[in-house]
Ligand binder design. Structure first.
Ligand SMILES: NC(=O)c1ccc[n+]([C@@H]2O[C@H](COP(=O)([O-])OP(=O)(O)OC[C@H]3O[C@@H](n4cnc5c(N)ncnc54)[C@H](O)[C@@H]3O)[C@@H](O)[C@H]2O)c1
Length: 257
């Protein structure tokens, strides 16, 4: 096999949560462009349908399954639906969905704490477990979780988000320890500061923090969703067969400074 073929994922089957917009959509777009069949999962059915139609206009098929990932007890049904679309085989799972809630720690509402942890951590574990069972039975699979800079350091005003993303990093390593010898690679991408709806209001609402972050990024710019595509293709393909338990920053050099 030549080196370029090692990055090939044509015909592979993937599930991407958070695939309706932002980073999840861009990661799905990258996989689709490389020939993968995909099921998008997100909460808003209308937006999700539009995203699936846009992506699936040409090339491999794109399906969707709307679900509130915060309702973790319902996820086995969503997973079953997605697997029905993919004919019972799964090569790639990307846990891209995530939410953030900004509030001073001393005032942080208990229900917000729970909902952030449910979507960002509990749903990630549940989907890893469901996909892991399928992939272990197949003897192959690639799981990519989406961590964050707050997996490495706690930020301000986002205690639940920071705790959830720290959890995603450690969960990724823990699952890798159990599954890497059985053909299932579990890795995470830690995006730096990326321009999406999640972060879109920071420039307007907190220009001081926005400028401070921008000055600190060695690449001198915030990331675009497309900046994740290369890392996603690498971690989804045979090129990364000996990479597991890794947390790959895609951050314009932020963590190195
Ligand atoms: N934007 C950044 O700078 C940045 C940096 C690091 C990590 N991340 C992470 O990347 C991922 C995507 O972030 P984004 O910036 O594209 O955010 P976004 O707000 O643009 O998109 C979030 C996606 O998650 C889905 N989602 C949210 N809550 C859901 C729920 N309860 N059930 C089902 N789906 C739900 C939304 O439908 C949407 O598709 C998140 O995990 C986020 O924490 C983002």
């Amino acid at each position: 096999m030549n080196l370029i073929d090692m990055f090939g994922i044509k015909g592979k089957k993937a599930i991407v949560t958070g695939g309706s917009r932002g980073l999840g959509y861009a990661m799905a777009e990258g996989l689709h462009e490389a020939g993968a069949e995909i099921v998008l999962i997100a909460s808003n059915e209308e937006k999700l349908k539009r995203a699936a139609e846009k992506l699936g206009k040409e090339g491999a098929k794109v399906y969707y399954a709307a679900a509130d990932l915060g309702q973790t007890h319902m996820l086995d049904r969503t997973y079953e639906k997605a697997m029905g679309c993919l004919g019972g085989h799964l090569d790639i799972l990307i846990n891209g969905a995530g939410v953030q809630y900004r509030c001073k720690a001393e005032d942080f509402p208990a229900d917000r704490w729970q909902s952030v942890i449910n979507v960002n951590l509990n749903a990630v574990f549940t989907l890893c477990q469901l996909a892991g069972r399928t992939m272990l039975a197949q003897g192959s699979g690639k799981i990519i979780n989406i961590a964050s800079m707050t997996s490495f350091f706690g930020s301000e005003m986002v205690p639940a988000y920071s705790a959830s993303k720290g959890g995603v990093m450690q969960l990724t390593k823990a699952l890798s320890n159990e599954w890497a010898s059985r053909g299932v690679n579990v890795n995470a991408i830690a995006p730096g500061y990326m321009i999406t709806e999640l972060t879109g209001d920071m420039k307007a609402k907190n220009p001081g923090q926005y400028q401070e972050i921008t000055n600190r990024i060695p690449a001198h710019r915030w990331g675009q969703p497309e900046d994740l595509m290369g890392a996603v293709l690498f971690l989804s393909s045979r090129a990364s067969d000996y990479v597991s338990g890794a947390i790959l920053p895609v951050d314009g050099g932020y963590l190195g400074k």
